[in-house]
Write a protein that binds this ligand. Sequence first.
Ligand code: GLU
Length: 377
Amino acid sequence: MTAPKLSDFRRIVVKVGSSLLVDAAAGSVREAWLESLAADLAKLHAGRRDILVVSSGSIALGRSRLRLPRGPLKLEESQAAAAVGQIALARLWSKALAQYNIDAGQILVTLQDTEERRRYLNARSTIAKLLEWRTIPVINENDTVATNEIRYGDNDRLAARVATMASADLLILLSDIDGLYDAPPGANPDARLIPVVDTVTAAIEGMAGVAASELSRGGMTTKIEAAKIATTAGTHMLIASGQIDHPLRSIAEGGRCTWFLTPANPVTARKRWIAGSLEPRGTLVIDAGAVAALRAGKSLLPAGVVRVDGRFARGDAVLVRGPDLHEVGRGLIAYDAEDAERIKGRTSADASRVLGIRGRAEMIHRDDLVIGAAPAD
Ligand code: GLU
């Protein structure tokens, strides 16, 4: 497939990395650059586009304002730095967009806000209202309360979840690298930028490993993870350099970038939520027959399950892997881990008897199941 055009999209999430906003060496904000980005955003906004910004920078800004020494921060230090930095960050965005009479609305999210259905729906309706009011939501992780166990840690995946939550049709990751290369671009003069990725295959994931940029916080790996979340949920994604002024104008004019395309049929909102669920609580390994049945649109029955791993409760997201342990899909499981273990490998009638229930004992109902693209390699 060929690359789409920026003008094709109606609702766009733009993710801005910390290193673009804050010049770490000088400890200052790159204000002129921010102004150029705000001008680009305002232009799209004036063209009746819905715009959302996912902005990193709370910790980096807090560090520079508090003049903290270089080197890694302890958890409570980065949380406290983020408290100072986030206020400054919000002010920067509010000021930059106000020049175009656009109100910025701050949203700070935690992992649970995007994982738990009730909180997800709540955040989604707030976003919908902000967009209806023609504001630009400016979103970051709530770094002040997020601890290591309960945080995203990188805004690439967070931005993909936000794009999914907002039903955006495009996610733009502005980075310190202008796209995905087939080899490390610094070390290899022959490294080629890949302009269009149709499907995130294992080969593409492999490139992320070698082509990671040292400067990029999340590196290329989290960007590829973001591409998987976004494209599975029906959102196109692109990676482009944010190191130039007017980065969005440059994309519109056909500047260098990598597009990750989503298949034409976007999945339903429920399936988006399941597909993007970042924290599966367990894994089911299924046999080849079950893989074929799932790909044909059937539910997962206990008979096809050969192994149950993890501690999960009914309704949790689990990964489904084939006999070769390749991910086949994800779904919401209908049983707690103990019951899943008891009925695995059994016929549905047998499973129902073991559990003392009537009716079919689907392990994962097809409405709760999202099947990934078949591995192309
Ligand atoms: N949420 C973090 C911050 O604003 C950034 C995470 C990232 O750089 O991806 O400082």
